[in-house]
Design a protein around this ligand. Structure first.
Ligand SMILES: [Zn+2]
Length: 96
């Protein structure tokens, strides 16, 4: 009877370890996928979101967008980058 309890406890411990390992693996996979609209993280002072050019902040909703986005607008010497056409339209009403 005592042996059964011991095995059950061992099983619970093994399952929790496996679960945490899977969690870590899944998390690192998520980081690797790197959504383009995700804000750049300062991890060790090195930006990992360098794919697709520099990131620019959408002046309307604050989302970080890549320089390669189709939604951009030049205003004088400045270029604005937007996450969507809706944000570009909105900003066009405010800043002319
Ligand atoms: Zn936006």
């Amino acid at each position: 009877m005592f042996r059964f309890i011991l095995y059950t406890l061992l099983l619970i411990i093994v399952i929790s370890i496996v679960k945490s390992v899977i969690g870590v693996v899944m998390k690192s996979f998520g980081d690797f996928a790197g959504r383009p609209d995700a804000p750049p993280r300062a991890k060790g002072g090195k930006s990992s979101a360098r794919i697709g050019g520099d990131l620019h902040r959408d002046p309307v909703c604050g989302t970080f967008v890549a320089e390669s986005t189709a939604f951009q607008r030049r205003l004088g010497a400045q270029t604005f980058y937007y996450c969507s056409d809706a944000c570009r339209e909105k900003h066009a009403l405010v800043a002319k």
